[in-house]
Design a protein around this ligand. Structure first.
Ligand code: NAD
Ligand code: MG
Length: 392
């Protein structure tokens, strides 16, 4: 049996992962479940899955979870904080770690999984955007595996030849075509963008996801982060990754070869497909996903992205080109801006302004160690927070 720790088990990706495991109980065993502060939901999951460990990032929530599990007869050990998350990411009885925490909070536990030589199932794109080469090197040095859960990168992985990690030229690949739906505001009149509410931004046409990534999809910062993610996963520069708008979200991305062949991965927009793919790879297992009905879908369309409408996409490309700590600044400013927008303290059109200001305020330095990343993250958060305060 394959032992698995699910970091962020109460979230959208976490729930989809448990759904795939429920269909494949003979193959996988849940060793650890974790969440931020939702102790009630984690307690319910513990009763169902009986993990050896349950971790709450929030210490008070961990105490509440401990109380909830008392007298249940469960032998689940409750841990707290980032130390607890790193601990369950590195346990010897764990083979796979589903990295599905949202944002920078997932960075250290994801790195811990890589340093322990695990198969890292990477949904937490922010961790790779921030740490870049550090995470890639940790996987290589400790003989781990890094399999993408993000649907686009999972599609690219599926369309790549087996030995693609040495770079696109060696793989005979000319370009990566990174598709995106364009989000909920692809055709909304631009002059109404300043009125966009959190509820509108979170109503994605094709995917049901957590609130942060939903806003990222609405600003298209998600595609900017994914561009950077693709560069690290497939050892290329941003100039060989072309973003393509495909509103139906049926093709999840494509790989163009030097002979002109283009390979695509298709499927219904259901995260259980990439989750099941990465969990079973190189085999295939049931994911509970309905068959693709191409006759019903009838039409697949494509457009070039509009960076005037979506400046976050341009900012993502610029950070990818700049390298070093630029991606850390980009990610940190975005997290602060999105949180402020969700709290209705910032309007939608100010999200890219906060990020651009933060990127301009800091010079880029190379990343040699994790401390450089953590410091760059902290200073960028402070800059973005101060800028938001100055807008009022
Ligand atoms: P979500 O908000 O639904 O869930 C986030 C999970 O992380 C929850 O379990 C939450 O308790 C936990 N968490 C939040 N803050 C934390 C903290 N500070 N410390 C520890 N744990 C914390 O998010 P999601 O939609 O499941 O996305 C998770 C990750 O997967 C993100 O990085 C996202 O970009 C990526 N992703 C999601 C989807 C999707 O369809 N939802 C698709 C592709 C990639
Ligand atoms: Mg994606």
């Amino acid at each position: 049996m394959i032992g698995i720790s699910i970091l962020g088990s109460t979230g959208s990706i976490g729930l989809n992962t448990l759904d795939v495991i429920a269909r494949n109980r003979v193959r996988f065993r849940v060793v650890a479940l974790t969440a931020n502060n939702s102790d009630e939901r984690l307690a319910e999951q513990c009763l169902e899955w009986q993990p050896e460990f349950a971790v709450m990032a929030d210490a008070e929530a961990a105490e509440r979870l401990q109380q909830r599990l008392q007298n249940t007869g469960l032998a689940t050990t409750v841990l707290a904080g980032s130390d607890g998350l790193e601990h369950v990411a590195a346990l010897p009885q764990v083979d796979y770690v589903m990295a599905a925490i949202v944002g920078a909070a997932g960075l250290l536990p994801t790195l811990a999984a890589a340093q322990a030589g695990k198969r890292v199932l990477l949904a937490n794109k922010e961790a790779l955007v921030m740490s870049g080469q550090l995470l890639i090197d940790a996987i290589r040095e400790h003989d781990g595996e890094l399999l993408p859960i993000d649907s686009e990168h999972n599609a690219i992985f599926q369309a790549m030849p087996p030995h693609h990690t040495a770079g696109l030229d060696q793989a005979g690949v000319r370009r990566i075509l990174l598709t995106g739906s364009g989000g909920p505001f692809r055709i909304r009149p631009l002059d109404s963008f300043h009125n966009i509410s959190p509820a509108e931004a979170c109503a994605h046409p094709n995917w049901k996801m957590g609130r942060k990534i939903s806003v990222d999809s609405a600003t298209m910062m998600n595609k900017g982060l994914e561009l950077i993610e693709a560069c690290w996963l497939f050892a290329t520069g941003p100039e060989r990754v072309e973003v393509l708008i495909h509103p139906q979200s049926v093709i999840h991305s494509m790989v163009e070869y030097s002979d002109g062949s283009v390979l695509a991965q298709l499927g219904n927009p259901d995260m259980r497909t990439p989750i099941a793919h990465a969990m079973a790879w190189p085999e295939r297992i049931d994911a509970g996903v309905t068959a693709l009905d191409l006759v019903k879908i009838a039409k697949l369309s494509f457009e070039a992205p509009d960076t005037e409408r979506f400046p976050c996409l341009r900012l993502g490309f610029e950070a990818a080109q700049a390298g070093g700590t630029a991606s850390v600044h980009l990610n940190a400013a975005n997290e602060i801006a999105v949180a402020a927008f969700l709290e209705e303290k910032l309007c939608f059109t100010d999200i890219p302004r906060v990020i651009e200001h933060t990127l301009e305020a800091h010079s880029v330095s190379p990343i040699h160690d994790i401390n450089t990343v953590l410091v760059a993250d902290e200073v960028a958060r402070a800059t973005a927070t101060a800028y938001i305060a100055s807008l009022h």
